[in-house]
Write a protein that binds this ligand. Structure first.
Ligand SMILES: Nc1ncnc2c1ncn2[C@@H]1O[C@H](COP(=O)(O)OP(=O)(O)O)[C@@H](O)[C@H]1O
Ligand SMILES: [Mg+2]
Length: 310
């Protein structure tokens, strides 16, 4: 895997306010990086620095090895971006819109149009006027536009904003195909972690300008699993808790006629048969799983309040 985007200690000050605070991450080819955080966290400002729309206060950005400040043109020539809503002519067809933009990049881009239309799954509607498109289709046409110059890095700032669940799935399929087939590195921002769950390989959580978590989606799923609890409703909760503590060394919380135990799937059968053997009657078992959204808020709340004013 080759690093496509390398962001190091990236910082942005607006007056005395540090809105992006020493942000560091790397995205490799074929990888989808989800940049997630609440409104005002600093996502768009980071993205605007990566796309060269706003200057860096300190730190560095390298795109395909080119430093964005020292080698601006070369660095920028490797990116395609959809920042905010894609700019489209509503009374022209999708195809005509693409042709207009492709003319800007030259013949090679014009030749690539059919292939790109296929990549974003717009073959059936590309000759229709943009004004008849759904928001999801406009977003996909925006992605098509961003792909015309064969970028190595695709940048999307909150592309799922306002999309219905169907639109989100279509967008996800397009992005996954671009990453796996074209080996494009993708950075996609959102204020909703759950929306990116099945889209991204890596998640960077940002809050108050700082990256507070940087994990693979696999690690995040493991983290959720490790937080799984089982609620056992039984006749002697105190006794059951004592038995589990003694035999398995696992502490439980007693809630009325039930106990709440952090049990892994693998231990479950053993614990239940042991309790039954010890004459504890189990009435029902409820698995209590943290949702991705709950984990997200837990991580945000646990993050140190950053010193955004310096
Ligand atoms: N041009 C600007 N001047 C001053 N403050 C700004 C400017 N742009 C953004 N900010 C502030 O920077 C912070 C981060 O904003 P932004 O990067 O847009 O967050 P996000 O995209 O995560 O919602 C916010 O507090 C916002 O008010
Ligand atoms: Mg934003």
């Amino acid at each position: 895997m080759k690093p496509v985007l390398v962001v190091k200690n990236l910082t942005k000050m607006y007056g005395p306010k540090k809105v992006v605070n020493s942000v560091t991450f790397t995205i490799f080819d074929g990888q989808i990086f989800g940049f997630v955080g609440p409104n005002g966290a600093g996502k768009s400002t980071t993205i605007r620095m990566i796309t060269g729309l706003t200057p860096i206060t300190s730190g560095s950005i390298r795109i395909c090895g080119y430093n964005i400040e020292r080698n601006f043109t070369k660095a920028i020539s490797n990116i395609g971006a959809v920042v905010e809503m894609p700019q489209l002519y509503p009374y022209l067809s999708g195809l005509k819109n693409l042709k207009l933009f492709a003319a800007f990049y030259g013949k090679a881009a014009i030749k690539r149009i059919p292939e790109i239309v296929k990549l974003v799954g717009m073959e059936n509607r590309i000759k229709d006027k943009v004004s008849t498109y759904s928001l999801g289709m406009k977003q996909r046409l925006g992605i098509a536009q961003a792909l015309l110059n064969k970028p190595k890095l695709l940048i999307l700032d909150e592309p799922t904003n306002g999309l219905d669940p169907n639109g989100i799935v279509e967008m996800r399929n397009v992005l996954r195909a671009l990453a796996s087939k074209e080996k494009i590195a993708i950075i996609i921002s959102s204020h909703n972690l759950a929306e990116l769950e099945h889209t991204c390989d890596v998640i960077g959580l940002i809050n108050n300008g700082r990256i507070i978590e940087h994990r693979t989606m696999e690690q995040i799923n493991k983290l959720i699993e490790s937080k799984q609890r089982v609620q056992l409703f039984c006749n002697y909760p105190n006794y059951a808790a004592m038995l589990i503590k003694k035999k398995y060394g696992i502490g439980s919380k007693i809630i009325g006629n039930s106990i709440l135990v952090p049990l892994k799937e693998a231990n479950m059968a053993s614990v239940i048969s042991y309790l039954t053997y010890k004459k504890v009657k189990i009435y029902s078992i409820k698995k209590i799983q943290k949702t991705l959204e709950e984990l997200y808020f837990e991580l945000l709340n646990n993050s140190r309040p950053s010193s955004s004013i310096v």
